[in-house]
Design a protein around this ligand. Structure first.
Ligand code: ADP
Ligand code: MG
Length: 223
């Protein structure tokens, strides 16, 4: 269960603090999938970073299965994020010098709990699932935009996160690749018990979610 309770976010500026989010509250159960739309600059990414424990809220709190990541020490916070939260950004953020499978395995390298053999096996099977079983040893530069995003998706899922956060995951893709990535997202979500939150500018993609939110003018509302 993800609980966002009264989350506000302000950034300091020379003219005084700028409020980005104001008292955002909602909760999502395991297995839920939601989209968030809203104009550019309305704070969608900021909200996602707060949910993903990358950025602390100014007020309020976020808990994942009752745990507040910002009560953890730095090291534990990093481990929590690595284990429980998967991220897919608009830009794939793959390491160019590493192969596809090495990229998928990066989250497992920093976690001391996972078995290296199992991790490689799981990375291969995830790459099969995203349709890239034949590309495990390619470099990112040898892949199309849609394929890179599918690698990013496999990397986000390698630790079996409880929460998968996607920030405009299809924003840089042509329509066909965007549809393929979106379909994969839904398919992979259906199989797991994770909570999926997708920020998107694409109304067709947003409409495919059973629950839709909109963020605009500091107001966060369920559509
Ligand atoms: P969106 O993803 O909806 O386009 P963002 O969450 O990226 O919006 O940004 C919301 C607002 O917060 C923008 O006006 C942006 O300039 C501001 N902002 C984001 N991050 C910071 C930061 N680290 N410091 C100051 N202002 C920021
Ligand atoms: Mg954004």
């Amino acid at each position: 269960m993800l609980e966002v309770e009264g989350v506000s976010k302000e950034y300091p500026s020379p003219q005084g603090s700028i409020r980005i989010l104001s008292e955002v509250s909602f909760s999502l159960a395991r297995g839920e999938a939601v989209s968030i739309m809203g104009p550019s600059g309305s704070g969608k990414s900021t909200l996602l970073y707060i949910m993903g424990a990358l950025e602390p809220p100014t007020r309020g709190r976020v808990t994942l299965d009752g745990r507040n990541p910002f009560e953890l020490k730095e090291r534990e916070l990093a481990a929590f994020r690595n284990r429980e939260i998967g991220f897919v950004f608009q830009d794939h953020c793959l390491l160019p010098q590493c192969s596809v499978i090495e990229n998928v395995l990066t989250p497992t390298l920093v976690s001391n709990s996972s078995d290296a053999g199992d991790a490689a096996e799981r990375a291969r099977s995830l790459l099969e699932e995203v349709g890239l079983g034949g590309r495990v040893n390619h470099r990112p530069a040898e892949l199309s935009g849609g394929e890179k995003q599918r690698v990013a998706l496999a990397r986000a899922l390698i630790m079996k996160p409880l929460l998968l956060l996607c920030d405009e995951p299809t924003g840089n893709l042509d329509q066909k690749s965007a549809e393929a990535v979106a379909s994969l997202l839904f398919e992979l979500h259906r199989r797991g018990e994770m909570i999926l939150v997708v920020v998107t500018h694409n109304p067709e993609l947003a409409a495919r979610f059973p629950t839709r939110f909109r963020l605009a003018d500091e107001r966060f509302q369920k559509l």
